[in-house]
Write a protein that binds this ligand. Structure first.
Ligand code: NAD
Length: 509
């Protein structure tokens, strides 16, 4: 990253100019269109980002296509070595990655370090590419005939990622894609582009050839060009449901393989026998951690039977102790929201919930903060019902809704009728009930006494219903499957005893 002349931008403030990384080099955007980047804790602009034009996308795709011709031929041993180099560099620079992402996203540093750690798991998984790319072999499928299958790369593939995990979500994608022999173009969120750009710079430093990984900053113009470009063979997308649907249908209509993960409204079911302290601790960290801007955040607590009163009281007590402040203050447990507009939209939902008839147990709007940062206090809404928009919409902020139901079956039905099915959790001391829930829950990822059941890097991540479009979920074994296509070979070799040249084999009689 380089800095631009301060007079161009805000007086007294040097703004970072965040560049694309194409063909192994940082290069400033040339389209003339830019987007501001903010520090959400101060509310001040800290950077400016060039938004790629169609021509810049074409240059990046051409570079990736050229790199693919040689990268796909690089041995598994060499690819593995480079991936190990990269793993070491990311680990060595974990604090710097976390600092950059916290400064643009707002999340607290400990949370940002957790994000880097979850990203590292995916690099570690990709380091096992020799194992993942093993084919299969059947000898003597017929007389003299053997059949074997290998998985080949697709070519140039692209990833479009959201603001809320600017390091981890790109790492869900490109290490596996590149380990499989593809080349990759990353289009990160415009809101926090520095961490993914730095990740790509480290990738170059690890020794990967230019063009194997490119970072192209941009908006709809860049995304649309990637979706329609003939030389882009697959699209990985993570973001909101409307854009996921759009990406899925547009890219598929251009003949591409697509995995498109969307939004969420994750439910946490609390049975009357649950450990209420554990459930309340979990609800507070899962609902308000990262200011609720996680696709696996808990946004609905479903209190079953008599669990409601004690659960609400225990959550409220913990909320009052939550320290909200800048991400780089080590005493902060929750940072600001990502933009002023998003903070205001989330705050509006508190009023909407009250108007719809929910009880406002804690009103996040009443907490005041010094300065112009995009802070908002935490909110707890009780007696929420499924017809309310605070229940139906993805708020994506520090607002937890409590829905009270009579029975376990009512809770399961509530989940089944919800638009989304990313994650779901149950809190209970009853193993039988937990076991039933792991079957009954209409969601792709289920937690038992675990509020955020994000799979480790060697499983795969993805929800059901409107939380995921396309055939495969992301990373882990499904990631390898997504980034490769099968080739099946059938060979016939007559027995050498029948050769016209005497090779010394006894004749078969
Ligand atoms: P978003 O959908 O606004 O943006 C995601 C990406 O799409 C960005 O790179 C953005 O530049 C691009 N984009 C935005 N509008 C576009 C348009 N009209 N046409 C083409 N491209 C467009 O999402 P966000 O606000 O950055 O992220 C938050 C959302 O992501 C939430 O809904 C959250 O639940 C979801 N999310 C889901 C998962 C998951 O695994 N399911 C993970 C993280 C985030």
């Amino acid at each position: 990253m380089s800095t631009v002349a301060p007079e161009v931008l805000q007086p007294g403030l040097e703004l970072e100019r965040i560049d694309h990384l194409i063909d192994g080099r940082l290069c400033p955007g040339r389209s003339g269109r830019t987007s501001p980047v903010f520090n959400p804790a101060t509310g001040r602009q800290t950077g400016t980002l060039g938004l790629a034009s169609v021509e810049e996308v074409d240059v990046a795709v051409a570079s990736a296509k050229a790199a693919y011709q040689t990268w796909r031929e690089v041995s598994v041993a060499k690819r593995t070595k480079l991936m190990f180099n990269y793993r070491a560099l990311v680990e060595a620079n974990a604090e710097e990655i976390a600092r950059r992402l916290s400064a643009e996203h707002g999340k607290v540093l400990s949370d940002a370090m957790g994000e880097v750690a979850r990203g590292l798991e995916n690099i570690e998984f990709a380091c096992g590419l020799a194992e993942h790319l093993k084919g299969s072999y059947n000898e003597r499928a017929s007389t003299g005939v053997d059949v074997y299958s290998v998985r080949r790369p697709l070519g140039v593939v692209a990833g479009i990622t959201p603001f809320n995990f600017p390091a981890m979500v790109p790492l869900w994608m490109f290490p596996n894609a590149i380990a499989c022999g593809n080349t990759f173009i990353l289009k990160p969120s415009e809101r926090d582009p520095s961490a993914p750009t730095f990740l790509a710079e480290l990738f170059q430093e690890a020794g990967f050839p230019p063009g194997v990984l490119s970072v192209l900053h941009g908006d709809k113009v860049a995304v649309d060009r990637l979706l329609e470009h003939d030389d882009v063979k697959a699209i990985s997308f993570v973001g909101s449901t409307p854009i996921a649907k759009y990406v899925y249908t547009t890219a598929a209509s251009h003949g591409k393989r697509v995995q498109a993960l969307g939004g969420a409204k994750n439910h946490m079911v609390v049975l009357p026998d649950a450990d209420i302290d554990l459930a309340a601790d979990s609800a507070v960290s899962a609902a308000y951690g990262s200011a609720g801007e996680r696709c696996m955040a808990i946004s609905v607590a479903v209190a079953v039977g008599g669990a409601g009163d004690s659960l609400v009281a225990a959550i409220k007590e913990r909320m009052e102790k939550l320290r909200i402040g800048p991400g780089d203050d080590h005493t902060s447990e929750m940072g600001p929201l990502v933009t002023r507009e998003h903070r205001d939209r989330v705050a509006d939902y508190v009023g909407i919930g009250a108007a719809e008839g929910a009880s406002v147990v804690v009103d996040g709007r009443s907490q005041t903060f010094e300065g112009d940062g995009f802070f908002l206090g935490v909110t707890l809404l009780d007696h929420v019902t499924p017809d309310m928009s605070v229940y139906r919409d993805e708020i994506f902020g520090p607002v937890l809704c409590v829905v009270r139901v009579d029975t376990y079956h009512d809770a399961v039905e509530l989940l089944a009728n919800n638009q989304w099915g990313n994650g779901a959790a149950i809190f209970t001391r009853d193993g039988g009930a937990a076991r039933r829930f792991q079957e009954d829950a209409d969601a792709g990822m289920v937690g038992i006494n675990v509020p955020i059941p994000v799979p480790v890097g060697y499983h795969s991540f993805g929800g059901w219903k409107d939380s995921s479009f396309g055939d495969t979920t992301i990373y882990g074994p499904e990631g390898i499957h997504f980034y490769t296509r099968p080739k099946v070979l059938t060979s016939r070799w007559p027995d050498p005893s029948s050769s016209s040249v005497d090779l010394g084999f006894p004749t078969n009689t």
